[in-house]
Structures are given as C-alpha cells and as structure tokens.
Write a protein that binds this ligand. Structure first.
Ligand SMILES: Nc1ncnc2c1ncn2[C@@H]1O[C@H](COP(=O)(O)OP(=O)(O)OP(=O)(O)O)[C@@H](O)[C@H]1O
Ligand SMILES: [Mg+2]
Length: 301
C-alpha cells in the first residue's frame, strides 16, 4: 500500500469525539460495513471471503460480527471459543484468531451455547454493540469488516452512527427483483446517514454448468450492475452460484483458501482488488510484538 500522511491532529480530535470507540479503533486503517436489504443474500460469506482475500495479500484483517441475533461469522471461519479465553481484564475483549490469521469477534463467541436464543431489543441492543465496539482490542489492522444483519434496523444504524470515520458500506444483493427492491432501502438509509457507499456486489449472479461450462443467468443478467447505475454507486463485481462456496462456508474455511481456483474464489479476489483500488491510499500497519499473546490464540473449532 502506498503512503499518505493522515492529519494526525484531525485524527486525534476525531477519536476524542467518538470517545472509547474511537480509542479502540484508532489503529485500524479501513473500516468497512457490509449491508443488504434482504436476508440470506450472502453478506456473511462476502465478509469472510473479502477478509480472507485481503489476508492472503498480506493485510492484517479483522471481522466484527454485528449480527447479534444470527451470528454466523465464527462458524464460517471455523472458530469457537469460550468467554474466559477472550475476556482480558474487566473491560477489554480480545478477538479470536482463526487458523488463517483473521481476527474475529462475535456475540456467538461469548454466548453459552449455539442453541441459546439472544433476546435483546432496541436500545439495549444498540448499547451492547457500542460496548463491544469500545471493548474489543483489535490493535493494528489494515481492514476491519463489519458483518451486519439484513435491513435497516438497530444494528446497521448503530454501526453507521457509532464507528468513527467509517470508510464505506458495501451493499450485497442478488439479481431477483425482490432483493433489488429492498436493497434500495438499505442504500437510501446509508445515504441518509451520510455513510459513504463503496459499491454494490451482485451475489448468485450466474451458474456455470460443470458439464459443458455454459454460464446461465438464473435470475436475469446484469441486474446488480443496473441497480448500481440507478443509484450512481460503483458496481464492485458479481459472484456466481457455486456449490463449493457453500460447502466452504459449512466447513468453516473461506473459499479463497479452500478452493482458490474456483470461479467464486476468483470472483472474490477480484472484488477485493476492486475495493482496494477504490480506497484512499494509507500506510500499511505494522503489527507490534505482543509476547503475552504467544500461544493463546486458538485454532479451535
Ligand atoms: N454464491 C453462492 N453460491 C452458493 N452458495 C452461496 C452463495 N452465496 C451464499 N451462499 C450460501 O447461502 C447461505 C446464506 O449465505 P450468508 O449466510 O452469507 O447470507 P447472509 O446474507 O449473511 O444471511 P443473513 O441475512 O441470514 O445474515 C449460506 O449457506 C451460503 O453458503
Ligand atoms: Mg449473515
């Protein structure tokens, strides 16, 4: 990454303004949140694979799972841990490191069991997210991705309002009209809150027949690109429907590591490059030695 001097005075003031959340995130270069209008369009898979593609490129990458009711990041990156392993003193929480070196934090990692329901509402939920944001010790990161639940409820709004200098929102949609329609609401919400939009990704855009190699556009061609044009936001790329992609998610290994030659992995790498090219250049982080963490991070599942 190239170097561009940040106005340190300005940055300091900004972090002061955002208090403890600004402090906890002061050593993160780029903060990007992933939104969609509708559920199940592939946000979490996009987050995990964008993160993995950038990690493979030598970046330090973290993921904050802000989907408090349906946290699925830990499952997709193959980590599971217990609260006592990550609580650090009384107020700080350490993210968990995945086998591929991604830093991850999710409510799923501090919850008693996968079957225990999370029944937080409204203001309480927003407070929990802010508490999380100010307590997680990310240390130095090139990228932090925030995985959001679908729609424009408490979590996306809290994130858009609370994270200091959010670099952008990435919108994920599928080609079906219904997804595009609700996706428009998410784009408008981001615009209304002045959250910068980095662009739109179309997931499940086409299917490649494994027999003859023919590409079928199951739900129509070019819908995502068209939607991006309508809202004057960049189109970041398309991901095909791929059985290997969902198998990778189920196994807890990002597709860019599991099957790097697959079309979906190649699409994710291209999208990650595209995002990199659209961000203002900043100096790559230098990770400080933290000997007290030696051997503590897990490769558990
Ligand atoms: N391109 C694809 N090809 C095949 N399977 C996919 C693809 N994209 C996503 N999936 C599968 O679809 C399911 C839903 O994906 P994912 O959990 O990423 O969606 P989401 O938008 O995060 O859902 P939610 O709104 O519930 O958080 C997963 O099982 C995932 O593996
Ligand atoms: Mg999800």
């Amino acid at each position: 990454m190239q170097h561009a001097q940040m106005d340190s005075e300005k940055m300091h003031k900004m972090h002061k303004m955002h208090g403890p959340i600004g402090d906890a995130m002061s050593r993160i270069n780029y903060k990007i949140a992933i939104i969609s209008g509708k559920g199940g369009v592939g946000k979490t898979s996009v987050v995990v694979n964008l993160a993995a593609a950038l990690k493979k490129r030598g970046m330090e990458v973290g993921i904050f799972d802000a989907d408090v009711h349906g946290p699925s990041v830990p499952k997709m990156v193959g980590v599971k841990t217990e609260m006592r392993d990550i609580l650090h003193g009384s107020h700080a929480i350490d993210p968990v490191t995945t086998p591929h070196g991604l830093k991850v934090m999710s409510v799923a990692l501090i919850w008693p069991t996968d079957m225990t329901p999370i029944m937080w509402r409204g203001q309480y939920k927003a407070r929990v997210i802010r508490q999380f944001l100010s307590s997680i010790m990310w240390h130095e990161l090139d990228f932090l991705f925030v995985d959001l639940p679908p729609g424009t409820g408490d979590e996306p709004i809290t994130i858009m309002k609370s994270i200091p200098s959010l670099d952008g929102m990435v919108v994920v949609t599928t080609p079906q009209e219904i997804s595009a329609m609700v996706c428009s609401r998410a784009i408008n919400a981001a615009k209304e809150l002045n959250a910068p939009i980095l662009g739109l990704i179309e997931n499940m855009s086409s299917y490649h027949c494994p027999g003859c190699g023919r590409e079928e556009f199951l739900f129509g061609k070019g819908k995502g690109e068209q939607l991006a044009k309508t809202f004057s936001i960049p189109f970041l790329g398309a991901i095909p429907v791929d059985g290997q992609y969902s198998a990778a998610a189920d196994e807890g290994v990002p597709i860019v590591y599991r099957s790097p030659d697959s079309l979906s992995a190649q699409a994710m790498v291209k999208i990650a490059e595209n995002i990199l090219g659209r961000l203002p250049p900043r100096e790559k982080v230098v990770v400080q030695d933290r000997p007290w963490e030696e051997g503590r991070d897990c490769k558990r599942k």
